[in-house]
Ligand binder design. Structure first.
Ligand SMILES: NC(=O)c1ccc[n+]([C@@H]2O[C@H](COP(=O)([O-])OP(=O)(O)OC[C@H]3O[C@@H](n4cnc5c(N)ncnc54)[C@H](O)[C@@H]3O)[C@@H](O)[C@H]2O)c1
Length: 351
């Protein structure tokens, strides 16, 4: 479907993730136009919008909604500042894409996911599910997975230069490397293998850890996620071992290496796939940069587990093109929360 007029898009939080991911995605399409930008730092909002005549900028989300009249909103603030603008958008009936993790705390994440409009209007930017290689990876993993290992290592703030220093603030971030990077890995594994039990977790510090190791069990399938946000190298890879050997989804190199030696390359700019899927859903575009997004829910069934449920449930409205919905993001956040409980030596939560 071709739109006569672009949809009116606005964002709250004009920092690194907005500038690196959301804005380029808008600029790559002619069916979405930026009409408003809010930031706690009014000067940052104004300077990021400079050269874009007519873009409303300021610090007040209610005024943004009233005066810029957006058809869709991204929330790109630090983790503790997701809930307020997301709830304001949902109250106003505006589709909203929230950055991951859903929130800094489980309580806030629940409030967002349980809003009556959340199932229809709230998506969360976790792009691995929308990755064009997730479905073929799930197909390979479906042939008798014996073990899963995720390695997520990065030099952290030496390569991702946030505009403000909130990542090291436990109250603002809600956690460290596990809450920051874990949701990407956990959502991908839940898409492919279904819902996990948390077996064990260790972190290298209380409050804001840089390293975490998480042991999960997907109906008896053991999975280990190792996260290091203070490493000297970069790697984001998921390895599943089957009787055929190791299949590696290398998200850093954007390739899938199957045990038989086949190598498949992924679609361009996979980090933008969930944002594109959100825009595809909001604009009604049938195809586009997120053409692969539809692979996500299909991937769930491929491993022959309840992954289809994890990925596909509630896939209506803004998640119709495969983006992660509020319920799925909350489920991921609960796994992270349980992992932190285990790391503190607490008894498993009663569910
Ligand atoms: N999906 C991904 O792959 C990905 C990658 C990086 C970051 N993120 C997420 O994006 C979010 C932002 O991270 P970042 O690296 O861009 O941080 P940042 O510090 O670069 O940007 C945050 C911006 O929000 C503004 N801000 C702070 N509080 C605000 C409030 N209450 N209202 C309005 N604006 C406010 C700050 O002034 C700043 O401009 C975080 O939730 C982070 O986890 C996601």
């Amino acid at each position: 479907m071709t739109r006569e007029k672009p949809i009116r898009f606005a964002a709250v939080g004009a920092g690194r993730v907005f500038q690196r991911y959301h804005l380029p995605c808008v600029d790559a399409r002619d069916d979405v136009e930026l009409v408003g930008l809010v930031d706690a730092d009014a000067d940052r909002a104004a300077s990021v919008a400079a050269g874009r005549p007519g873009v409303w900028t300021g610090t007040d989300v209610a005024r943004l909604i009233r005066e810029a009249r957006p058809d869709a909103l991204s929330v790109c603030t630090p983790n503790d500042a997701h809930a307020a603008p997301v709830l304001a958008a949902l109250d106003a009936g505006i589709p909203v894409l929230c950055e991951k993790p859903l929130a800094a705390t489980v309580d806030e994440a629940r409030r967002m996911a349980e809003h009556p409009a959340a199932a229809e209007l709230l998506a969360v930017n976790m792009p691995f599910r929308c990755h064009s290689l997730t479905a073929p990876f799930a197909e390979a993993a479906g042939k008798g997975a014996q073990r899963v290992e995720v390695s997520f290592v990065t030099p952290g703030n030496r390569v991702w230069r946030a505009c403000t220093p909130w990542y090291g603030d436990a109250r603002r971030a809600g956690g460290g490397a596990l809450l920051d990077l874990g949701p990407h890995a956990i959502d991908l594994l839940m898409t492919v293998f279904g819902h996990p039990d948390v077996e064990a977790c260790t972190v290298n510090a209380e409050g804001v850890e840089e390293q975490a190791e998480l042991q999960l069990s997907f109906q008896g399938l053991p999975a280990t996620i190792r996260i290091d946000r203070a490493a000297r190298r970069m790697e984001t890879a998921v390895t599943v071992t089957t009787a055929d050997g190791a299949h590696v989804l290398d998200l850093r190199r954007n390739e899938l290496r199957l045990a038989d030696g086949t190598v498949r390359q992924g679609a361009d700019r996979p980090e933008l796939a969930a944002i594109s899927a959100f825009f595809d859903a909001v604009t009604g575009a049938a195809t586009g940069a997120a053409g692969a997004a539809g692979d996500g829910p299909a991937a769930g069934g491929a491993a022959g587990t309840s992954g289809a449920d994890a990925a596909g449930a509630g896939a209506t409205g803004v998640t119709g093109a495969g983006a992660v919905g509020a319920r799925e993001a909350l489920a991921v956040q609960l796994v992270v929360d349980e992992a932190y409980r285990r790391a503190r030596g607490a008894a498993p939560a009663v569910t």
